[in-house]
Design a protein around this ligand. Structure first.
Ligand code: TTP
Ligand code: MG
Ligand code: MG
Length: 463
């Protein structure tokens, strides 16, 4: 392990909700909940103001509405968040060639590899400057952790939240980790946590005291050894640049189109198994499962699902591929199927943790719920009538007379718009008929305007 805190972990604060608040001045300082608004919708995230009521990611939306009935509820706008994410990742790439994104709002950066930090002081300065740059370019806040390993950098950014920076001095790691709950360690979810608690182990220090043999006895060799190493703060995982990470995939073309859905499902399972064999042969694991389908008319689609952590578990890959298949219409027949895994990580502790599983009643339960990066609007959204389809809650609009605003709600032939922009004050609300010719959907405005070099989200500001 290096002896300078030059691994940086960045995570944006309440990312989707903060982006919405920056975009809509009337929501700043308010409880904002972003997620699927249909009957089976779940919370993607909640603003810190909404978290006070106990609302959090992955909670059923119905429960969130009971806890925070007066919050603003919005559907996610992925292209908008992606554009902000690209701005953030661009700032990270300016620091180092070794940037490992984990999701839209989160990445590791090896500052030493970029030559921008080599000791505590330079690391702290770089982290502080990065936070200021993110704020200036995106208008949003992110929290930074700095440490000598990935595990501790991530723990540090969690401690820094929201809107802070925490640096863990090399040499202090064990003392810091010791009193923390076992769940702090990467890959220890509810199941492993319970297992350890029943053995009388609740803190990281108690894992270290139990010793490797005891851990292996409790959790199996791979998981036990990996967890013991983490408890001693040993974490040698390198930051892996995205472009170094290749994917592993297998595909089959069929002589005759397959029409039978049952057969299509079986083929996908078979391909998933073959893909995992190749993945394991390469000693790797990956986070994103990709399904490729070429239909009778040569239209080809890919669907992907990103898990919380890398896996090389055939059951996990098979399940993900099966879920992805459910979103693809194959009624016309299929001539090619493929299954791939990307977002590869070296075969290290990371993946052993990610797949930590316990047998409960004969069924293998994933340690953590796989995290679905929803790529389109959640399917459970009830389809609104055609006239109202253009006016989706939270989306931007432009009115010929009143200018730029966003849809606060629509129904019964009416649409309510709040007229405000990222750099205006809170705006006022007006109601129109859904077929008002003066009203049209619009792209989101940049959160920060007129910063030379900052780049606008969709259009460049004139002058
Ligand atoms: P997180 O970084 O986990 O959460 P956050 O940025 O909202 O809040 P925090 O300040 O605690 O970091 O996730 C980033 C975004 O990913 C989040 O804004 C919404 C989305 N997301 C989901 O869609 N589903 C989930 O279960 C989680 C955890 C996040
Ligand atoms: Mg975040
Ligand atoms: Mg995150």
């Amino acid at each position: 392990m290096r002896n300078a805190p030059t691994i940086l972990h960045l995570d944006m604060d309440a990312f989707y909700a903060s982006a919405e608040q920056a975009s809509k001045p009337s929501l700043r300082g308010k409880a904002v909940i972003v997620g699927g608004l249909g009957p089976r919708g779940v919370v993607a995230t909640a603003s810190y103001e909404a978290r006070v009521f106990g609302v959090h990611s992955a909670m059923p939306m119905a429960q969130a509405r009971r806890l925070a009935p007066h919050a603003a509820y919005l559907v996610p706008r992925f292209p908008f968040y992606r554009a902000i994410s690209e701005q953030v990742m661009g700032l990270l790439r300016a620091l180092s060639p070794l940037v490992e994104p984990l999701s839209l709002d989160e990445a590791f950066v090896d500052l030493e590899a970029g030559g921008v930090a080599w000791d505590e002081e330079s690391a702290r300065l770089t982290g502080a400057r990065l936070r200021a740059d993110i704020r200036e370019v995106t208008g949003l806040t992110g929290s930074v952790g700095l440490a000598a390993s990935k595990m501790l950098a991530k723990i540090a950014s969690e401690q820094a939240k929201p809107d802070g920076l925490v640096l863990i001095e090399p040499g202090t790691e064990r003392a810091l980790l010791g009193p923390m709950p076992v769940r702090t360690l990467p890959g220890v979810g509810p199941a492993t946590g319970d297992h350890l608690r029943r053995a009388g182990i609740t803190t990281v220090e108690e894992i270290a005291e139990a010793g490797q043999d005891e851990l292996v006895r409790l959790l199996g060799r791979a998981h036990g050894q990996a967890l013991y190493a983490m408890a001693l703060a040993h974490d040698e995982r390198p930051v892996v640049a995205e472009r170094d990470a290749k994917s592993v995939s297998v595909e089959d073309t069929y002589d005759m189109d397959i029409h039978d859905r049952v057969r299509v499902r079986a083929e996908v399972q078979r391909l998933a198994d073959r893909c995992v064999q190749r993945l394991r042969a390469a000693g790797r694991s990956g986070r994103t499962v990709v399904l490729k389908v070429r239909r009778y008319d040569f239209s080809t689609l890919t669907r992907s699902e990103t898990l919380r952590g890398p896996t090389d578990d055939p059951a996990v890959v098979r399940e993900a591929a099966a879920r992805l298949l459910e979103s693809v219409d194959t009624t016309g027949g299929v001539r090619l199927l493929g299954v791939g895994v990307s977002g590869l990580a070296d075969f290290t502790q990371e993946d052993l943790f990610a797949q930590a599983r316990t047998a409960v009643g004969g069924a293998a339960l994933p340690e953590e719920e796989p995290r679905r990066e929803v790529q389109d609007e959640p399917a459970e959204e009830p389809a609104p009538p055609a006239a109202e389809r253009r006016w989706r809650a939270g989306h931007d609009v432009r009115h010929a007379v009143h200018g730029h605003g966003w849809v606060q709600g629509s129904g019964l032939g009416r649409v309510t718009v709040r007229f405000e922009t990222p750099d205006s004050g809170p705006g006022r609300v007006r109601t129109f008929r859904t077929d008002d010719p003066e009203l049209e959907p619009a792209d989101p405005l940049p959160l920060v305007t007129r910063r030379p070099g900052a780049g606008a989200l969709t259009t460049q500001e004139p002058g």
